[in-house]
Ligand binder design. Structure first.
Ligand SMILES: Cc1cc2nc3c(=O)[nH]c(=O)nc-3n(C[C@H](O)[C@H](O)[C@H](O)COP(=O)(O)OP(=O)(O)OC[C@H]3O[C@@H](n4cnc5c(N)ncnc54)[C@H](O)[C@@H]3O)c2cc1C
Length: 385
């Protein structure tokens, strides 16, 4: 398979790199320390066309594939992961709306996301339902022409800043199959009964908003149901098969940043009368990092390219996500090690990279869940039993 980027894709990469390098570094330390963000940067990214490029042209997007969205993720994350996360998560859920939403939902929401007039998020995780999403108990009950929501969600990205959330709700608790009990509802965050509390003290991606949200008799119209009732679990799996590609690209970007910092520091820093980079032990580390990064990129390129051809390969997507996240964590660790004590201080980007990397092995499928998916793709659903 030939993954040489087209001229247009190379232009996207160059433009994304220029934007991130210009906008992110001056504010990164401040945002990380204060756990905040300046939405003007997100709006600028929207104006320049970096946000929601996978959204169809008729809804205001560029009509590119997930591949191009991945390229932008990689470039943004190769500069400052926390800020990249805040900018690019503003469409988190649009993939699902594009796949399963009604024409009216697409027309009212997608153009605003692309234009930087609205932000969204997707709330699945709950205090007692993480990896096992079928355990979600936030309920939505039909009452006349409305759905009424009650419950709470944990770790919702953009919970305090989003205009609308895509919420995974228990709509059919009596269905025999636990895979047919949930549905997605679009919930405007301005609806009475909605409450979001920002979670502080995150290890990494601290510029990105994460919240605990709750719904108390939140009433939304029946037409806010996304797609077919009780199909939520299957919609979610289809959604994750797209968004996990983005995470793989984010991980490759972060690992690249770690390698870049490691090369710069080991060239500059002298010990025992020579640059650290001249020691073979350092060279072996750099060689291993570069090779793993390339392998991780090839995995996500292949998975994203196939996805854009309509060929979703669950096992391959899981491999790309698990492997790239592992590479990011390992590269950040090695890069800190090569910085010695300086790597322990937040004035050095590498310290942030070390902290930012860990989330890649947790959200949108922990590394254990990704490995279970890979194993199932080898052994079948029953795991060889
Ligand atoms: C910064 C941040 C942003 C997030 N953003 C969002 C968001 O926007 N929307 C959203 O819905 N969620 C979001 N999450 C939540 C995230 O997706 C969950 O934390 C993740 O799915 C894991 O769920 P959990 O934390 O409940 O862990 P648990 O499910 O309790 O898992 C704990 C550990 O047990 C392991 N484990 C669980 N089951 C198995 C098994 N069967 N076999 C082997 N090991 C297993 C896991 O791999 C993990 O290591 C976010 C989380 C963070 C930290």
């Amino acid at each position: 398979m030939d993954f040489t980027l087209s001229k247009e894709q190379q232009d996207i990469v160059q433009a994304a790199r220029r934007f991130a390098r210009g906008e992110f570094p001056p504010r990164a330390l401040e945002f990380d320390r204060q756990e905040k963000f300046d939405l003007a940067i997100w709006q600028k990214a929207c104006e320049l066309g970096f946000v929601g490029v996978f959204i169809e042209e008729k809804y205001g997007g560029a009509g590119y594939g997930f591949f191009e969205h991945c390229l932008i993720n990689e470039e943004f994350w190769a500069v400052e992961p926390g800020m990249a996360a805040q900018v690019l998560s503003s469409t988190f859920g649009a993939e699902l709306i594009q796949l399963f939403g009604s024409e009216a939902q697409k027309e009212s929401l997608l153009p605003k996301l692309v234009a930087g007039e609205a932000m969204m998020g997707t709330a699945i995780t709950e205090p007692d339902a993480g990896c096992d999403v079928t355990g979600a108990v936030t309920s939505a009950v039909r009452d006349g022409d409305d759905w009424v929501l009650n419950g709470s969600k944990m770790f919702t990205t953009n919970g305090t800043v989003a205009d609308v959330l895509l919420v995974f709700c228990l709509t059919d608790p009596d269905e025999a199959s636990r895979h047919r009990r949930h549905s997605f509802l679009l919930v405007p965050t301005g609806t009475p009964g909605y409450r979001a509390v920002k979670i502080r003290g995150k290890m990494g991606i601290r510029a990105s908003d994460t919240a605990e949200v709750s719904f108390k008799d939140v009433r939304v119209p029946a037409e806010n149901l996304v797609g077919t009732r009780s199909e939520g679990f299957y919609q979610l799996m289809a959604f994750f098969n797209r968004t996990r590609l983005h995470i793989s690209a984010q991980a490759v970007g972060l690992a690249r940043a770690a390698l870049e910092d490691a090369i710069r520091h080991t060239r500059d820093r002298r010990q025992f009368g020579a640059p650290l980079a001249s020691f073979q032990a350092t060279q072996f580390k750099l060689a291993e990092m570069a090779t793993h990064i390339r392998a991780a990129r090839n995995l996500y390129y292949e998975a994203a390219w196939k996805a854009d051809q309509g060929d979703i390969d669950h096992g391959l997507v899981a491999m790309a996500k698990w492997y790239a996240a592992r590479v990011a964590v390992d590269c950040a660790d090695e890069a800190v090690q090569m910085h010695g004590g300086y790597g322990y201080i937040d004035e050095y980007r590498v310290q942030r990279l070390y902290r930012d990397a860990k989330i890649l092995e947790i959200y949108e499928g922990t590394r254990e869940i990704e490995k279970l998916i890979i194993a199932r793709s080898l052994l079948g659903r029953n795991g060889g039993r």
